[in-house]
Design a protein around this ligand. Structure first.
Ligand SMILES: [Zn+2]
Length: 343
């Protein structure tokens, strides 16, 4: 059974390729965070190694081992694949050593399965040397291995690598499909399922984590409350928060990107409300407040705020001074008190 849900365009093609033993030796899966890219990659690894009649059966030893990360022919390479707590938080790229390890593994026949699978998560984070090294491996396939590259940003994958891969694009899933699945699988009430499906922005992984993981939503709401509070806060408060985020950034970058994505979601919703596209709003539980802000703001201010947040993400990616970048963002987003907008 394929575990990936709501990707009907993609699955029949893959199933057909696997059944005919014509699956490409390199795949590039792209899509937004939590949309199901890793789930699909693991599904493919299961399908090509499955011992059952209907791969991936999900029941044979191979399927189970792969699902539990215990199969010696399936390897996941990512920023956090080193099992090293300190390194995991500070590593910002996939190094040539990671790829060299793969090269060594590729040269050996499968240990226990039919076909080795190497899943590279965050493929856009490969260093230049790592990408060149991988390119050589892709150009000279020796053993029956499959490379599955996963990325949230296909534009950052070198063309030389992308051109050697079969591209698979996963699109966000309709909120109604996620809502119905949450209700049927987890038996949660409709209102909650509706809110989670909207907040997930079409990404099942996010929605499942929100339901399954204790405190996942609490943490999310905590960040969102702070974001809402900051919209009416003065510059002093905003700069204090910028300093806190900047300190966090040196320890765990991902949290700060999450914060910025939540800020972006809020401002996108304000824009949607301003342009009368209410049905597409994510933060449906905040729509009254967001609608008030949309009413008193000029559309150019809303667009400017979105741009300021996006630019901050780019600057942080380029290793700019994080505190300065966050302070500039705080300055660029207007302060709204009541229905007065202060620029
Ligand atoms: Zn199986």
């Amino acid at each position: 059974m394929w575990r990936v849900i709501g990707q009907e365009k993609v699955l029949p093609i893959l199933q057909n390729n696997i059944a005919k033993h014509s699956l490409a030796h390199a795949l590039l899966i792209s899509g937004p965070p939590h949309v199901g890219k890793m789930t699909l990659a693991i599904d493919i690894a299961r399908a090509i190694n499955c011992e059952g009649d209907n791969p991936p059966c999900g029941e044979c030893e191979s399927c189970l081992k792969i699902e539990n990360g215990k199969h010696s022919d399936v390897q996941v390479i990512s920023l956090i694949s080193q099992n090293n707590d300190i390194e995991e938080k500070t590593r910002t790229e996939i190094s040539i050593d990671d790829i060299r390890q793969i090269q060594h593994m590729v040269s050996l026949p499968p240990f226990e399965g039919k076909r080795k699978a190497f899943i590279i998560e965050g493929a856009e984070l490969m260093s230049m040397e790592a990408a060149n090294c991988l390119l050589k491996t892709l150009e000279e396939p020796v053993t029956p291995s499959v490379f599955i590259l996963i990325t949230t940003n296909i534009g950052l994958i070198p063309e030389t690598i992308a051109s050697r891969c079969q591209e698979i694009t996963l699109n966000p899933i309709a909120a109604a499909i996620i809502e119905n699945t949450l209700i049927s699988v987890y038996d949660i009430d409709k209102e909650m399922a509706s809110l989670i499906s909207r907040l997930s922005r079409g990404c099942f992984g996010w929605a499942f984590s929100a339901v399954q993981e204790e405190k996942y939503l609490d943490k999310y709401f905590e960040i969102r409350n702070k974001a809402m509070e900051m919209i009416s806060a003065g510059l002093h408060e905003r700069f204090v928060y910028a300093a806190t985020l900047s300190t966090q950034f040196t320890r765990e970058r991902a949290i700060v990107y999450d914060v910025l994505d939540i800020w972006l979601d809020i401002w996108r919703d304000v824009l949607l409300l301003k342009t009368e596209l209410k049905d597409s709003v994510s933060n449906i539980d905040l729509s009254k407040q967001l609608e008030k802000w949309a009413e008193c703001m000029h559309i150019s201010d809303i667009r400017g705020s979105i741009q300021a947040i996006q630019e901050t993400k780019v600057k942080l990616n380029q290793n700019a001074n994080s505190r300065l970048a966050l302070e500039v963002m705080m300055l660029d987003i207007p302060v709204i008190i009541g229905n007065i907008v202060k620029r």
